[in-house]
Design a protein around this ligand. Structure first.
Ligand SMILES: [Zn+2]
Length: 180
Protein backbone atom coordinates (compact mmCIF):
# COMPACT_ATOMS: atom_id res chain seq x y z
CA UNK A 1 0.00 0.00 0.00
CA UNK A 2 1.21 3.45 -0.81
CA UNK A 3 0.08 7.03 -0.60
CA UNK A 4 0.02 8.43 -4.12
CA UNK A 5 0.64 12.05 -5.17
CA UNK A 6 -2.48 14.08 -5.88
CA UNK A 7 -3.07 16.34 -8.86
CA UNK A 8 -4.30 19.81 -8.00
CA UNK A 9 -6.35 22.48 -9.75
CA UNK A 10 -5.52 24.04 -12.25
CA UNK A 11 -3.77 20.90 -13.63
CA UNK A 12 -5.36 20.29 -17.04
CA UNK A 13 -5.01 16.51 -16.57
CA UNK A 14 -7.94 16.78 -14.12
CA UNK A 15 -10.10 17.87 -17.05
CA UNK A 16 -9.53 14.74 -19.14
CA UNK A 17 -12.16 12.02 -19.46
CA UNK A 18 -11.18 8.70 -17.87
CA UNK A 19 -11.50 5.38 -19.70
CA UNK A 20 -13.48 2.34 -18.53
CA UNK A 21 -11.73 -0.45 -16.63
CA UNK A 22 -11.54 -3.71 -18.60
CA UNK A 23 -9.04 -5.72 -16.54
CA UNK A 24 -10.21 -6.80 -13.10
CA UNK A 25 -6.85 -7.99 -11.84
CA UNK A 26 -4.36 -7.62 -9.00
CA UNK A 27 -3.17 -4.22 -10.22
CA UNK A 28 -6.74 -2.87 -10.00
CA UNK A 29 -7.00 -4.13 -6.40
CA UNK A 30 -3.68 -2.44 -5.64
CA UNK A 31 -4.87 0.83 -7.20
CA UNK A 32 -8.04 0.76 -5.07
CA UNK A 33 -6.07 0.02 -1.92
CA UNK A 34 -3.69 2.92 -2.66
CA UNK A 35 -6.65 5.19 -3.37
CA UNK A 36 -8.19 4.43 0.05
CA UNK A 37 -4.83 5.05 1.76
CA UNK A 38 -4.35 8.35 -0.09
CA UNK A 39 -7.93 9.44 0.67
CA UNK A 40 -7.63 8.66 4.41
CA UNK A 41 -4.22 10.32 4.58
CA UNK A 42 -5.71 13.56 3.28
CA UNK A 43 -8.94 13.14 5.29
CA UNK A 44 -11.21 12.96 2.27
CA UNK A 45 -14.47 11.03 2.04
CA UNK A 46 -14.11 10.20 -1.66
CA UNK A 47 -11.40 9.93 -4.29
CA UNK A 48 -11.43 9.31 -8.03
CA UNK A 49 -8.48 7.69 -9.84
CA UNK A 50 -7.78 10.72 -12.10
CA UNK A 51 -6.98 12.70 -8.93
CA UNK A 52 -3.88 10.51 -8.57
CA UNK A 53 -3.06 10.80 -12.28
CA UNK A 54 -4.66 7.48 -13.30
CA UNK A 55 -7.33 8.14 -15.93
CA UNK A 56 -9.47 5.06 -15.23
CA UNK A 57 -13.09 5.00 -14.11
CA UNK A 58 -12.43 4.03 -10.49
CA UNK A 59 -13.90 5.70 -7.39
CA UNK A 60 -13.50 4.99 -3.67
CA UNK A 61 -15.80 6.44 -1.01
CA UNK A 62 -16.04 6.25 2.79
CA UNK A 63 -18.36 8.95 4.04
CA UNK A 64 -17.90 7.75 7.64
CA UNK A 65 -14.14 8.03 7.26
CA UNK A 66 -13.63 5.28 9.84
CA UNK A 67 -11.87 2.75 7.56
CA UNK A 68 -14.37 0.00 8.42
CA UNK A 69 -14.66 -2.38 5.44
CA UNK A 70 -18.48 -2.18 5.59
CA UNK A 71 -18.27 1.59 5.02
CA UNK A 72 -15.83 1.37 2.11
CA UNK A 73 -17.50 1.73 -1.28
CA UNK A 74 -15.64 0.85 -4.49
CA UNK A 75 -17.21 1.91 -7.77
CA UNK A 76 -15.67 0.65 -10.99
CA UNK A 77 -17.18 2.07 -14.21
CA UNK A 78 -20.11 3.73 -12.35
CA UNK A 79 -23.07 5.01 -14.38
CA UNK A 80 -26.21 6.85 -13.37
CA UNK A 81 -29.50 5.00 -13.79
CA UNK A 82 -31.57 7.87 -12.39
CA UNK A 83 -31.37 11.17 -10.54
CA UNK A 84 -34.12 12.81 -8.51
CA UNK A 85 -34.69 16.08 -6.64
CA UNK A 86 -32.17 18.76 -5.78
CA UNK A 87 -29.83 19.15 -2.84
CA UNK A 88 -26.56 20.87 -2.02
CA UNK A 89 -23.96 20.84 0.72
CA UNK A 90 -20.80 22.84 1.30
CA UNK A 91 -18.57 20.68 -0.94
CA UNK A 92 -14.82 20.43 -0.89
CA UNK A 93 -12.28 18.48 -2.96
CA UNK A 94 -8.80 17.12 -2.22
CA UNK A 95 -7.66 18.46 -5.62
CA UNK A 96 -9.05 21.93 -4.86
CA UNK A 97 -7.74 22.51 -1.31
CA UNK A 98 -8.93 25.46 0.72
CA UNK A 99 -12.17 25.97 -1.21
CA UNK A 100 -15.71 24.99 -0.28
CA UNK A 101 -18.88 25.81 -2.19
CA UNK A 102 -22.51 24.85 -2.59
CA UNK A 103 -23.21 23.10 -5.90
CA UNK A 104 -26.66 22.07 -7.12
CA UNK A 105 -26.82 18.28 -7.13
CA UNK A 106 -29.54 15.66 -7.30
CA UNK A 107 -30.92 14.62 -3.92
CA UNK A 108 -31.19 10.93 -4.78
CA UNK A 109 -29.28 8.88 -7.30
CA UNK A 110 -29.42 5.34 -8.49
CA UNK A 111 -26.27 3.97 -10.11
CA UNK A 112 -24.88 0.78 -11.50
CA UNK A 113 -21.22 -0.09 -11.18
CA UNK A 114 -18.84 -3.04 -11.04
CA UNK A 115 -16.92 -4.34 -8.04
CA UNK A 116 -13.26 -5.42 -7.94
CA UNK A 117 -14.21 -8.78 -9.45
CA UNK A 118 -16.10 -7.15 -12.32
CA UNK A 119 -19.55 -8.11 -11.00
CA UNK A 120 -22.28 -5.53 -11.66
CA UNK A 121 -24.36 -4.12 -8.81
CA UNK A 122 -26.79 -1.26 -8.32
CA UNK A 123 -26.75 1.28 -5.51
CA UNK A 124 -29.42 3.75 -4.40
CA UNK A 125 -28.11 6.72 -2.45
CA UNK A 126 -29.39 9.93 -0.92
CA UNK A 127 -27.98 12.79 1.15
CA UNK A 128 -24.22 13.07 1.57
CA UNK A 129 -23.51 9.77 -0.20
CA UNK A 130 -25.54 10.79 -3.26
CA UNK A 131 -23.67 14.10 -3.48
CA UNK A 132 -20.33 12.39 -3.00
CA UNK A 133 -21.11 9.91 -5.81
CA UNK A 134 -22.03 12.78 -8.16
CA UNK A 135 -18.85 14.68 -7.24
CA UNK A 136 -16.66 11.62 -7.90
CA UNK A 137 -18.33 10.61 -11.19
CA UNK A 138 -17.79 14.22 -12.28
CA UNK A 139 -14.04 13.63 -11.79
CA UNK A 140 -14.21 10.63 -14.16
CA UNK A 141 -15.76 12.92 -16.78
CA UNK A 142 -13.11 15.61 -16.26
CA UNK A 143 -15.28 17.99 -14.23
CA UNK A 144 -14.30 19.67 -10.95
CA UNK A 145 -16.81 21.27 -8.58
CA UNK A 146 -15.04 24.59 -9.11
CA UNK A 147 -16.09 24.43 -12.81
CA UNK A 148 -19.66 25.17 -11.67
CA UNK A 149 -18.65 28.43 -9.99
CA UNK A 150 -18.58 31.85 -11.66
CA UNK A 151 -15.39 32.80 -13.59
CA UNK A 152 -14.80 35.49 -10.97
CA UNK A 153 -14.83 33.03 -8.07
CA UNK A 154 -12.65 30.63 -10.06
CA UNK A 155 -10.08 33.34 -10.73
CA UNK A 156 -10.04 34.37 -7.08
CA UNK A 157 -9.26 30.78 -6.19
CA UNK A 158 -6.47 30.61 -8.84
CA UNK A 159 -4.42 33.06 -6.78
CA UNK A 160 -4.95 31.01 -3.64
CA UNK A 161 -4.14 27.77 -5.53
CA UNK A 162 -0.84 29.23 -6.72
CA UNK A 163 0.07 30.17 -3.14
CA UNK A 164 -0.85 26.68 -1.87
CA UNK A 165 1.26 25.13 -4.65
CA UNK A 166 4.28 27.19 -3.56
CA UNK A 167 3.72 26.08 0.05
CA UNK A 168 3.51 22.40 -0.97
CA UNK A 169 6.73 22.75 -2.96
CA UNK A 170 8.50 24.37 0.00
CA UNK A 171 7.26 21.68 2.42
CA UNK A 172 8.42 18.94 0.04
CA UNK A 173 11.87 20.55 -0.28
CA UNK A 174 12.20 20.86 3.50
CA UNK A 175 11.17 17.23 3.96
CA UNK A 176 13.79 16.14 1.41
CA UNK A 177 16.50 18.19 3.10
CA UNK A 178 15.63 16.67 6.48
CA UNK A 179 15.90 13.21 5.02
CA UNK A 180 19.40 13.75 3.67
ZN1 LIG B 1 -13.02 15.97 -5.74
Amino acid sequence: MAIRDLLYFPDELLHQVSTPVTQFDESLAELVSDMFETMYHDEGIGLAAPQINIRKRVVVIDIEGDKLPEHQIVLINPEFLSKEGTDSINEGCLSVPGLRAHINRAEKVSIKAQNLKGDFFTLDASGLLAICIQHEIDHLDGHLFIDYLSPMKRNLYRTKAAKLARERKRALKEAQETNQ
